[in-house]
Every structure is written in structure tokens, then in C-alpha cells.
Design a protein around this ligand. Structure first.
Ligand SMILES: Cc1cc2nc3c(=O)[nH]c(=O)nc-3n(C[C@H](O)[C@H](O)[C@H](O)COP(=O)(O)O)c2cc1C
Length: 128
């Protein structure tokens, strides 16, 4: 599954390029929804006050246990601040930073996302 948030719509447009179950985290559901399957978190870069709903989601129930990694969306014009939200998330929850992309992602970024999804699918099936 893909678990993401989006303020302006770039991250939503990125995840909608792949045919895979998705869950959008919002202020309304971030402390309500629990998952019971592995997921990749996909997060744009903003100040902490804007992105903390992804932290609240992770801290709800056992959600954090199912996170297999994070991808960050951002803008390279922010230089060393490029995708810092996803970097912080990876560090705070000790999950791999799988990839960083700009805006709605290029074909290359989509390809990488699909590869990460199939890695999870393969490991889930082989452990059953
Ligand atoms: C107020 C504001 C602050 C931002 N700060 C950063 C930043 O520090 N680093 C970065 O890589 N991108 C930054 N961005 C770019 C967004 O993360 C990027 O446009 C992203 O694709 C937005 O995703 P969304 O449309 O799903 O909300 C910022 C954008 C805005 C509007």
C-alpha cells in the first residue's frame, strides 16, 4: 500500500501514476486510520507543523510497524533542505529513505516506485 499526504496535489498526482492501493492521510483521518499491511510512506517537504500529521498517523496503533520505507517529494531549489521531511521521517522511525523526487515525479521516479512496490509484494508472498 502507498500511504501519503499532499497539500497542493503534487504527491497525489505522483502516487496516482501507479496502479496500487493508496491511503491519503489528512488532518481528519491521521489519528483514526490503522493499517495491517506493509506500506511505503510518500511525503512532500514542508515545515513540521504541516507534515506532522504523517507522524501522528505513524504513532497511531501499530501503523509504524508496517512502514517499509519512505519516499520524499520536494524541490531541488531548496538545496540542502531538499526533501528534509522524508529524511527526518526516516531517522525518527528508523526506516529506509527509498528515494527523493521533485514535484509529481518523472517516469524514472515512477519506475523506481514500482520497483519498490514489487520488492514488498515479493517479500510478503515469500514469507507466507
Ligand atoms: C511553503 C513551501 C515550503 C517548501 N519547502 C520545501 C523544502 O524545504 N524542501 C523541499 O525540498 N521542498 C519544499 N517545498 C516544495 C514542496 O515540497 C513540493 O512542491 C512538493 O511537491 C509539494 O507536494 P504536494 O503538492 O503534494 O503538497 C516547499 C513548498 C512550499 C509551498
Amino acid at each position: 500500500m502507498l500511504v501519503y499526504m499532499s497539500v497542493v496535489g503534487n504527491t497525489r498526482a505522483f502516487v496516482n501514476k501507479v496502479d496500487h492501493p493508496k491511503l491519503e492521510i489528512t488532518e481528519d483521518n491521521c489519528q483514526e486510520v490503522t493499517v495491517d499491511e506493509d506500506f511505503i510512506a510518500i511525503i512532500p517537504t514542508y515545515d513540521e507543523g504541516t507534515t506532522e500529521l504523517m507522524w501522528r498517523f505513524m504513532e497511531t496503533g501499530d501503523n509504524a510497524k508496517f512502514c517499509r520505507g519512505v519516499m520524499g517529494g520536494g524541490n531541488r531549489n531548496f538545496a540542502q533542505l531538499f526533501c528534509y521531511t522524508a529524511k527526518d521521517f526516516a531517522e525518527d522511525f528508523q526506516v529506509p529513505l527509498l528515494h527523493m523526487f521533485e514535484f509529481q515525479g518523472s517516469a524514472y521516479d515512477v519506475d523506481l516506485l514500482e520497483k519498490e512496490i514489487s520488492k514488498i509484494d515479493n517479500s510478503t508472498h515469500s514469507s507466507r
